[in-house]
Design a binder for this molecule. Sequence first.
Ligand code: AMP
Length: 219
Amino acid sequence: MKAVIIGPPGAGKGSVAEYFKSKYCIPHLSTGDVFRAEISRETELGRIAKTYIDRGELVPDDIVIEIVKKTLSQMDLSRGVILDGYPRTLKQAEALDSFLEIDVAIYVYIPEEVAIERLSNRYVCPICNKIYNLKFNPPKNDLTCDQDGAKLYRRSDDEPDIVRERYRVYYQQSKAVIDYYRSKRKLVEVDNSQNLEFTIGILEKILISNGILKLKPCR
Ligand code: AMP
């Protein structure tokens, strides 16, 4: 299954991608994770990306498109791929069509206030990128990852003021992306304002019953 996941900050895109990765062994490419890894390795790309990310703005299209194209060319796509956080602009969506034909665009949505509440409790593992929520999905041991024991951190762009800016940017840019996939009849929409497991259960059924997800679980 070749899928893109779109939706506002805090909608649960990463958690949805994580589910399909672990159950169906579909590789996951998150552009946000790529940039955070570059920032922590202090590369030139990381330095440039940080100036945008810290302000809640989008990294310029040309940079993002190049990274996604290069990373996809190095991945094993035999079980498909889930792109998380890409495309975020119409230009990125059109560019993607020139190097990967996707089967579905999954649009996960939630109201802004729910997102702010969730993101203010979000912690992430720096090693495996697993996402925790201190209220709804806390780690078993105090602020350490259940999978590898690494100390969890809070993303600096999860501060409420930056989240609001990310929302503004999202609404400005992403409506065109949603319309683009809707017009191609590739859009599947799910509301994730209640419970993540419930949302994923519905989404999985839709994908299977429409013949989009044909893989058997890998474990
Ligand atoms: P995310 O982890 O998806 O919330 O992304 C964190 C930040 O990385 C975003 O707020 C943007 O600054 C940047 N970013 C991630 N993906 C993209 C993209 N497709 N286009 C532009 N900027 C991006």
